[in-house]
Each structure stands twice: as structure tokens, then as C-alpha cells.
Design a protein around this ligand. Structure first.
Ligand SMILES: Nc1ncnc2c1ncn2[C@@H]1O[C@H](COP(=O)(O)OP(=O)(O)O)[C@@H](O)[C@H]1O
Ligand SMILES: [Mg+2]
Length: 252
């Protein structure tokens, strides 16, 4: 699989805390890569570093062959990298449509407002939020705000999309809907990194999974090898959970 992004010994320190510890990782074009690990493992920090929200304190990040290590968020967005936020953060007083239009404007750097508004409307249609387009974003339910996050990310026309716990707090029907959308997005050729706590979801959509623990990458492989990896079981899954997950992945 052709390489889209490469992290080379990427580190991030916050004071005395090593939030990312020399993470080396290839992300292949067209894959749905699962990124899992316990709370505090460094998953969100990894997204923040590759999207320019936080500076790496060590290592390099390449995207489509370019060194983007010191890119600012707007540069990462314009290069084709988008992300959703774990804690959803729309502009509450702007309408749903205005929020997505702002995202489209942020990433394009060219084109007019009219074009951005039209493209934003298409994204709202895609995520099923057209009916709420003119409401203030603050009026949306959590599940709708998660879909708004998706629409905002898509409005940036990404080639690489990081989804940071888009299913957290959703009920099972809402999770199913969200996964349907994610599969559709992947079907359009967008590479996806899915940060997700629901193993059932990770195992059903990801062809490859990487595991972070205390900032370090402790496993990288197909779902079947991840769920039976003793380090992953120890650090994250727990023995009982591993059995369930192994069954879900079709292992005896
Ligand atoms: N801006 C920050 N300042 C200080 N510490 C941070 C900051 N962001 C994250 N951390 C710390 O880095 C570690 C990894 O956090 P995070 O990447 O959010 O983990 P995860 O997303 O895997 O739950 C945690 O110990 C967290 O408290
Ligand atoms: Mg997180």
C-alpha cells in the first residue's frame, strides 16, 4: 500500500510527561487504521502533533512525501489533513451551516464564500443535517454535534482524516449510523485513522490496528494479531475482553 503519512520517532513532551515517545508509524493510502489504547495513552496528542496543534518535541512527520513537522493547523488542513475533535467544539452561536462554511473557508485558502457555502451544504446533506442547517450549533444533540464535526472535517476536502472518538457517548443505533457514514467516506478514497474505544467497531471496520500505551507504540498489525497480543491484552484489553474480541474477529 502506498504510503500517505509517515511518523518517524515522533515525540511530544509536556513538562515532565512524555505524552508521545518516539512513535514510528506508516499510514497507507486508502486504509482505515484503528488507533487504540488506554485513556492518557497519547492518541489525541498524536493527532494534535500531526495536525500542527502541538509541536513535536522530537522526530519528523511526512505527508505525501513533504516534511510537515512544523506545519501550523491551517497548513496541515490545506495540505489535506483533517480531524474531528474528541470534545466537540462548534461555534455555538453560528448556525450549523455557518460552522461548516467556516471550516471550508479555513482549509481552502482560495475560492469565495459562495462556493464554500455550497460545498458546506453538500456536506450537511451527506451527514444528514440539512434539516438543522439554519439552527444555532448549540441547539444540536450530542449525536448531531458529532455529525457536525464530521461535516466540518469533510468540508476541508481531506485526503487523510483523523476521527477522534466520534462514537463516544452515542447509543448503539447512533454508532451504527456513524459507522455507515465512515464506511461511505472511506469508499470515496479518504484515508481514515479511527480512534475508538468500542472494540466491536474497531474490529469491524479496521484492516489494521496500532496500539499506544504510555506514549509508545506497542503493537501494529491486523486485528487478529492485535487482540491476541499479550502486551495489548495486558495494557488495554484485559483477558476477558480479548476473548470476546477474538471471537468477534473470527478467531477461535
Ligand atoms: N496540552 C496538554 N498539556 C499537558 N498535558 C497534556 C496535554 N495534552 C495531553 N496531555 C497529557 O498527555 C497524556 C496523553 O493524553 P492524550 O493524548 O489526551 O491521551 P488519549 O487521547 O490517548 O486519552 C495524558 O497524560 C495527558 O494528561
Ligand atoms: Mg483522546
Amino acid at each position: 500500500m502506498a504510503e500517505l503519512m509517515r511518523l518517524d520517532a515522533v515525540s511530544r513532551r509536556f513538562g515532565g510527561l512524555q505524552a508521545l515517545d518516539r512513535v514510528t508509524l506508516d499510514i497507507g493510502r486508502g486504509e482505515i487504521l484503528g488507533l487504540i489504547g488506554p485513556n492518557g495513552a497519547g492518541k489525541t496528542t498524536l493527532v494534535n502533533v500531526v495536525t500542527g496543534v502541538h509541536r513535536a518535541t522530537g522526530g519528523r512527520v511526512h505527508f505525501e512525501g513533504r516534511d510537515i513537522t512544523s506545519f501550523k493547523p491551517y497548513q496541515a488542513a490545506r495540505a489535506g489533513i483533517a480531524r474531528t475533535f474528541q470534545v466537540v467544539q462548534p461555534f455555538p452561536e453560528l448556525t450549523v451551516h455557518e460552522n461548516v462554511t467556516a471550516a471550508a473557508m479555513f482549509s481552502s485558502g482560495k475560492g469565495g464564500l459562495r462556493e464554500a457555502r455550497a460545498f458546506a451544504a453538500e456536506q450537511l446533506e451527506f451527514v444528514g443535517l440539512s434539516a438543522t442547517a439554519d439552527q444555532p450549533a448549540a441547539t444540536l444533540t450530542l449525536a448531531m454535534r458529532k455529525r457536525l464535526e464530521l461535516a466540518k472535517a469533510l468540508a476541508m476536502r481531506p485526503r487523510l482524516l483523523f476521527l477522534d472518538e466520534v462514537n463516544a457517548g452515542l447509543n448503539s443505533a447512533e454508532v451504527e449510523q456513524a459507522m455507515g457514514l465512515i464506511n461511505q467516506i472511506a469508499g470515496t478514497g479518504v484515508t481514515i485513522v479511527l480512534i475508538e474505544h468500542l472494540m466491536k467497531v474497531v474490529l469491524s471496520v479496521c484492516s489494521r490496528i496500532v496500539v499506544l500505551h504510555n506514549g509508545a507504540l506497542i503493537a501494529d498489525g491486523p486485528p487478529s494479531s492485535i487482540v491476541s497480543d499479550p502486551h495489548v491484552v495486558e495494557a488495554y484489553l484485559g483477558k476477558k475482553y480479548a476473548q470476546m474480541a477474538a471471537q468477534a474477529a473470527g478467531n477461535p
